[in-house]
Design a protein around this ligand. Structure first.
Ligand code: SF4
Length: 231
């Protein structure tokens, strides 16, 4: 599995796919990639150290993902990330987190003081009913402002039956209003029962993509390996 890459479009940064204990939530109906986790903290640290050794700091910015939330990484890995940031002059680090960990974010920011942490929320959509009853995301909050509290960026998932041109546009509008940056993921075939809807994806490609693809505040992953990591 590829675990290191450089993102050379829009906001340039290095990206690493690390391994933690695995997603503590594991209930999102569209997700089957949380298998990349091990309870063995020493084995995780050894793997993560080998990946982090590739970081050069050339863009001053690093994105860290781990098929779950940053809070599932071992403390040694977090310490090593801080050391590498200092040594390689990385001033901005992006981490992902589920909403369940939101109250731990201020402490993480304090631990990374001097480094600009960009916390990315797996939100998928602002549509409460679709998010909670279809996607089973586990974010029991309606208010966009409250959802965005503690987070700087958000992931959205498009290309599913039930989504429309207006629902996707609304998500993008709200996403860009309440977050600094958004990442749009187009649903890809996987082992879950939720399947990509070709008609919805076509609506996105024709009605939204031409306008959003040049927006520096929006990353768009048409395939889930478009950042160059994963398999
Ligand atoms: S999408 Fe993220 S939070 Fe949801 S089950 Fe997958 S790894 Fe866990």
């Amino acid at each position: 599995m590829e675990r290191y890459c450089k993102i050379l479009e829009k906001r340039k940064r290095e990206i690493v796919l690390l391994r933690g204990t695995g997603c503590a939530y594991k209930r999102c109906a569209f997700c089957d990639y949380y298998d990349d986790g091990r309870e063995d903290g020493e084995a995780n640290f050894a793997l993560n150290r080998a990946v982090l050794e590739k970081v050069t700091g050339e863009f001053g910015e690093l994105e860290v993902i781990n098929s779950g939330s940053v809070f599932e990484l071992d403390s040694g890995t977090l310490r090593l990330i801080r050391e590498i940031c200092r040594e390689k002059s990385v001033s901005t680090v992006h981490f992902e987190s589920h909403y369940i960990y939101r109250q731990k974010i201020p402490r993480l920011r304090a631990e990374f003081s001097g480094i600009d942490l960009k916390m990315k929320l797996g939100l998928e959509t602002f549509d409460f009913d679709f998010r909670e009853n279809t996607l089973k995301k586990g974010i029991s909050e309606y208010s966009p402002e409250e959802i965005a509290r503690n987070f700087n960026e958000a992931n959205f998932l498009f290309g599913l039956t039930g989504q429309t041109l207006s629902s996707m546009k609304r998500d993008i509008d709200l996403g860009l209003r309440f977050f600094e940056r958004i990442c749009i993921n187009i649903m890809c075939e996987n082992s879950t029962d939720l399947k990509p809807d070709k008609d919805v994806i076509e609506v996105f490609m024709k009605g939204i993509y031409p306008a959003i693809k040049y927006d520096d505040r929006a990353d768009i992953l048409l395939n889930n390996t478009d950042f160059g990591v994963g398999d």
